[in-house]
Design a protein around this ligand. Structure first.
Ligand code: HEM
Length: 448
């Protein structure tokens, strides 16, 4: 066998600059639009380049082949990596921190209740959530669209995890999760009263609430098909069940993965539709036809109807591409890896740059233009990865899309909205969202 180390020694590091020691290029990355940072690098060095951010040497990859290499074909050589604080707050047993057998097992458990077969039963409940949210926005008040969308995506997460959960549990979970969330990016400290310490206590309370819910389910001996039910019933080959800690970490992990992501994209959908009146008319026409066939919403939407919204569906896909709210992801090389003659040393971070791929004119012509019709033909493999790819790709993919379609249906059939303020821009929190969460006013359309 050819000596692997020798061949690695011949391979050279990718081109790029590492910036100042320790701080590296973090300042550049955070002091400007991160997309400009990546795009400038890509122009200068090509599809693979090295840099240094947040104290870590890293290799950035901006081609579909490289993303496939890291996420799919050689995924065993790259482990997921997150800041320590995320692990602490969400819980170390959440599936996305893991690789190998445990990840595989948890993933199978999480996928079931999020699959089309399971979520088709949630259509009506999601509709009820969407309608009551929209109704609450009506009036002469300015809504922070993103914050409101977060309430919906949280409730949909709760629905997928617990089914119809009693409202006092929902309230308690919501209250504590919102405190926890403020700690994700806060500064670690022992000082009481800080967002960090408050988040730690909220995390503890969340575990306690989950224990109570689990105890109640066990007493009732109810076997549910929601995510909690699947986690409670799971047994491995030795007949061992999951610990409460493992269950709690994964439930909080799913809430974390589901909330801001879906809410950001829904906010962008509102913005893109608002900015393109002709497109809005086309979406309205499609949705009004469904609305009329349901006798003006006297009958609930059906799963089949949600699968037959071709124009709206393309708007969803184009919003996912345009906004690319998960601009990139992080992995870490578990050993020295060679890719296209370049060395990726063990321990280095590796970042597939989804947004750059989604905005590359070689794959999406005129990439800055919002044009849903581009999805009339399927994108080339590994050029469209809003939900990632491979072993860690998003299991919430169908649920997120369902939620966005249902929301859009009710939004355009019964409501109008105007964006408040003329400032347009992007804010990072940490996902890109329209400035100030897209302040807007909503009113009910007259049906005459
Ligand atoms: C539009 C909304 C969403 C977007 C754009 C999105 C995107 C993604 C992406 C890109 C990944 C892969 C990250 C990586 O490879 O490092 C991911 C993973 C994940 N997502 Fe989503 N997601 C969305 C909604 C949801 C929802 C609604 C749920 C659950 C109800 C969910 C649950 C998860 C979980 C559990 C993982 C980790 C999977 C694993 O590590 O095996 N996501 N998501």
């Amino acid at each position: 066998r050819k000596n692997k180390r020798d061949s690695h020694e011949r391979a050279k590091l990718p081109p790029g600059s590492m910036g100042w020691p320790y701080i590296g290029e973090t300042l550049q990355l955070y002091s400007q639009d991160p997309n400009v940072f990546f795009a400038t690098k890509q122009r200068r060095y090509g599809d693979i380049f090295k840099t240094h951010i947040l104290g870590c040497p890293c290799v950035m990859l901006a081609s579909p082949e490289a993303a496939r290499f890291v996420l799919v074909t050689q995924s065993h050589l790259f482990k997921p990596t997150y800041p320590k604080s995320k692990e602490k707050f969400i819980g170390p047993s959440a599936l996305f921190f893991h690789q190998g057998d445990y990840h595989f097992r948890m993933r199978k458990l999480v996928q079931g209740p999020l699959s089309p077969d399971a979520i088709r039963n949630l259509v009506t409940d999601i509709e009820v959530l969407a309608v009551s949210a929209l109704e609450s926005w009506v009036g002469n008040k300015v809504i922070n669209t993103f914050q409101e969308m977060k309430k919906i995506s949280f409730e949909v997460g709760i629905l997928a995890i617990f089914g119809r959960l009693e409202s006092h549990y929902r309230k308690e979970l919501k209250k504590n999760y919102s405190i926890l969330e403020k700690g994700y990016n806060s500064f670690p400290t022992k000082i009481p009263g800080t967002p960090y310490k408050k988040a730690l206590s909220a995390r503890k309370r969340l575990s306690e609430i989950l224990s109570t819910i689990i105890r109640e389910r066990k007493e009732k001996r109810s076997i549910e098909k929601d995510l909690l039910g699947c986690l409670l019933n799971a047994k491995d080959d030795k007949g061992e069940v999951l610990t409460e800690g493992q269950i709690a970490d994964n439930i909080i992990g799913v809430l974390f993965a589901a909330q801001d992501t879906t809410a950001s994209v829904m906010t962008w959908i509102l913005k893109y539709l608002h900015d393109d009146p002709k497109l809005l008319e086309a979406v309205k026409a499609e949705q009004k036809a469904i609305y009329m066939s349901n006798e003006e919403a006297h009958h609930p939407l059906t799963w089949t109807q949600t699968r037959n919204m071709p124009i709206t569906y393309k708007v969803v896909l184009e919003s996912l591409r345009m906004a690319s709210i998960i601009s990139f992801t992080f992995r870490e090389a578990v050993t020295d890896v060679e890719y296209k003659g370049y060395l990726i040393p063990k321990g280095w971070k590796v970042m597939p740059l989804f947004r750059n791929i989604h905005h590359n004119p070689d794959f999406f012509s005129n990439p800055q233009k919002f044009d849903p019709s581009r999805f009339e033909t399927a994108p080339k493999p590994y050029t469209f990865m809003p939900f990632g790819s491979g072993v860690h790709s998003c299991p919430g993919y169908d649920l997120a899309k369902l939620e966005m379609l249902i929301m859009t249906h009710h939004l355009v059939t019964k409501f109008s909205w105007e964006v408040v303020g003329s400032q347009s821009g992007i804010q990072y929190g940490p996902f890109p969202i329209p400035l100030q969460g897209l302040p807007a006013r909503f009113w009910r359309e007259s049906t005459s």
